[in-house]
Design a protein around this ligand. Structure first.
Ligand code: NAD
Ligand code: DAU
Length: 340
């Protein structure tokens, strides 16, 4: 099969490409990525050596690029990871989120309609469900939880999801959607909580914790997300949404404290800063449907996954130090300059 993976030079997309090349060596993977600030070709160095892999630089919202790639490759499956993915950036500048996340999804599905595919898979997020209160640990997001977004990022992802389901109902496009909780693991861009805290703790720099650090996220090791997408795009029911998460709820403070303990760094590095506007309190996934229908279960416990992740950042300093030394410095100054 020919599989187009968009956004494959980013965090989850690159992990997915390595997962697929390893698990399904008979399939060809074509990565379409615009190499925005968070796309990194160095991440795909190993994949480039594999004859079953091809990289194409291009924007999913650019109709001409997308249609000519489909014309050339005639993909069987399209998996869309390409997105603007950082909530804080969406608060600062929503426009590009609407363009990439909604319009880009539309262009990809229009190409799927024209050229014919067996599956269009949309990689979505639990953030489309909004948040849950901290004092109701009995509540979880199911696939029937109403869409109720908080940020421009989550609204753009929800808009894309609705469009995907509309293309299924209106045009009969064979689609599926996964809505996953927070991922962590190798190649995570250091603007996100876990890699940000690891890289700053290693440099003995202040760790900016928003508000009181009591917000809860449901952490999933990235490889477990990849195995869920692989199952859904090949065996999941067309037109269906599947929630993906591993019951690994942690407060942000618990996560940061774990990182400090693992690295042998003092808790005095923790610095409470002004909260994110509209900050979601708690995410928690009920993964019953994907387990019941497809037998999916996460394999990595948070306690093990966080150790593997920290070790990866220790072993791959060049990868993230290259990022920190570039344009990222302006971003950090703009986002945190007055808060720290
Ligand atoms: P990321 O920001 O690390 O990577 C995004 C990738 O998309 C980059 O390689 C970037 O260059 C590429 N890209 C951006 N705009 C593009 C465009 N217009 N055309 C082509 N490529 C473009 O993101 P991530 O964390 O790997 O997230 C991947 C997907 O998974 C996103 O759709 C996100 O909404 C979703 N998701 C992420 C998480 C998480 O915890 N990170 C959880 C659930 C769902
Ligand atoms: O739930 C899935 C979502 O998880 C994905 O859809 C998003 O693409 C992904 O970025 C992630 O969103 P979050 O906003 O939850 O992730 P982030 O790493 O930005 O923040 C995690 C938590 O840590 C959140 O409560 C905000 C907090 N935080 C984050 C940063 C960057 C801090 O306290 N300090 C920080 O400096």
């Amino acid at each position: 099969m020919n599989i187009i993976v968009t956004g494959g030079a980013g965090f989850i997309g690159s992990n997915f490409i390595y997962f697929e090349l390893d698990k399904h060596p008979e399939d060809r993977i074509i990565c379409l990525d615009a190499l925005t600030y968070c796309g990194n070709l160095a991440t795909l160095d190993e994949a480039m050596k594999n004859p079953q892999f091809r990289f194409v630089k291009g924007d999913i919202a650019d109709r001409e690029t997308v249609f000519s790639l489909f014309e050339e490759e005639k993909p069987d499956i399209v998996v869309n990871f390409a997105a603007e993915s950082h909530v804080d950036r969406s608060i600062d500048n929503p426009e590009i989120f609407l363009k990439t996340n909604i319009m880009g999804t539309q262009v990809l599905m229009d190409a799927c309609r024209k050229y014919g595919i067996t599956r269009y898979h949309q990689v979505s997020t639990d953030e489309v469900y909004g948040d849950l209160p901290l004092d109701r640990p009995d509540l979880f997001f199911t696939e029937d939880t109403p869409i109720h977004t908080s940020s421009p990022y989550s609204s753009s992802k929800a808009g894309a999801d609705l469009l995907v389901l509309a293309y299924y109902r209106t045009y009969g496009l064979p689609v599926s959607i996964t809505r996953c909780s927070n991922n962590y693991g190798p190649y995570h861009f250091p603007e996100k909580l876990i890699p940000l805290m690891i890289s700053r703790a290693l440099a003995d720099e202040a760790l900016p914790v928003y508000g009181k650090g009591e917000n809860v996220r449901d952490w999933l090791y990235v490889k477990d997300h990849c195995s869920a997408i692989d199952l859904v795009m090949r065996k999941g029911q067309v037109g269906e949404v599947y929630n993906v998460g591993g019951h690994n709820e942690k407060t942000n403070l618990e996560v940061v404290e774990t990182i400090l303990q693992q690295l042998g760094k003092p808790e005095s590095l923790i610095t409470y800063v002004t909260d994110r506007p509209g900050h979601d309190m708690r995410y928690a996934i009920d993964p019953t449907k994907i387990h019941r229908e497809l037998g999916w279960l996460p394999e990595t416990k948070f306690e093990d996954g966080i150790k593997m992740t920290i070790q990866w950042y220790l072993d791959n300093k060049e990868w993230w130090q290259n990022i920190l030394s570039g344009e990222y410095q302006n971003y950090f100054e703009k986002m945190y300059g007055e808060r720290l």
